[in-house]
Design a binder for this molecule. Sequence first.
Ligand SMILES: [Zn+2]
Length: 454
Amino acid sequence: MQVWKDYQEKNKDRFLNELLELLRIPSVSAKAEHKPDMIACAEAVKQRLVEAGVDKAEIHETAGHPVVYAEKMIDPAKPTVLVYGHYDVQPAEPLELWKSGPFDPTIIDGKIFARGSCDDKGQMYMHVKALEMLIQTNTLENNIKFCIEGEEEVGSPNLGKFVSANKELLKADCVLISDSAMISLETPSLDIGLRGLSYIEVEVTGPNRDLHSGVYGGAVANPITILAQMIASLHDANHHITIPGFYADVLESSDEERKLMAEAPFNEAEYKADLGIVELWGEKGYSTNERTGIRPTLELNGIWGGYTGEGAKTVLPSKAFAKISARLVPNQNSKKIADLLINHFHTIAPPYVTIKATLHHGGEPYLTPIDSKAYQAASKAMETTFGKIPIPVRGGGSIPICSLFEKELGVKVVLMGFGLDSDNLHSPNEKFDLANFYKGIETIPYFHKYFTTP
Ligand SMILES: [Zn+2]
């Protein structure tokens, strides 16, 4: 629509500057020292929503960081879209690897470099600006609600309670989320599935205190060695996970699904070059896209123990630790897999050590049917602005709130992400291309239009 194009063209610099302002707030949910920034960021999001023209915007306290809720209701008889996003970000460390300050957004080659630029402030803000555009051009034909939380990066521990306590407030006909990636600006795509997550921490204890490695070394098992051996045993030579029962509930994809998925363009050489690796790794019998989309995985997220400071210290440590997560695919259950992981460590631990394994957080996998009204609206919206029908893909990441919304609100979630896999989410030098930011703002109004009038 020309009015939208004109409006965006006239206001694009302001849209960008507003986003940059939001990116300057270090809203790191994982760190207690950032609590004041979290509150400042929630306030800023609320304020931006008010300026965009919502009739109601409120901050809801939770046991953790607050949720920002806002709505623009034009007619309760019309369809309602609930937009979900998050204003919290991952910690920026290691800081020395950033080329510019993580909270000092810098534009280089048409890309905004900053923590949260893509995940998810940049993508969430597209929805705020799309709303403004719809209101200002008098073209809004449906109701829009916003639920912007501050704990996504720490596993949304309080969102479930918030959603179930506010079902009436959040009532909608679909949930729209932009917190994922598409293949490229040339090849748009929509996520139809996401992996779930089980996250545990393992503590291995050997002797009751740190020992002199000269006096005791050779006579007492080293917990770091034992932990490393146990971890190494979790994959076999084909990179299959060896934990009994791990794959038991996996919903296998049909040959036809795998064929469709294989149509998504994939350049192995580019993929490797981008990551600076020589060879790809993964479960035998599956392509790279399948390994990150339709197969469950097990990853070490951190491992530590003993002396890691400067210089040398000849210690035989008392303890070793690891943080381990599994990505899950449809039909797997996060609690069941976490229990399986925890029990497995107890089973394989040799008598030289004791094991303490604890659950961090989990989330369920999710699937959106291609024939749902919400998916169709998103597909048509992207087709309109990209000139191509988006490819349905299964995303490798996890957004546990998808299954939460489905369970609590009884509606489908559509994942219309405008990021790229190369956006360095959760890594140093996170970025978001300006072109993607503007494309998102251009596309979102069409989603509302087609969802209201298919
Ligand atoms: Zn995110």
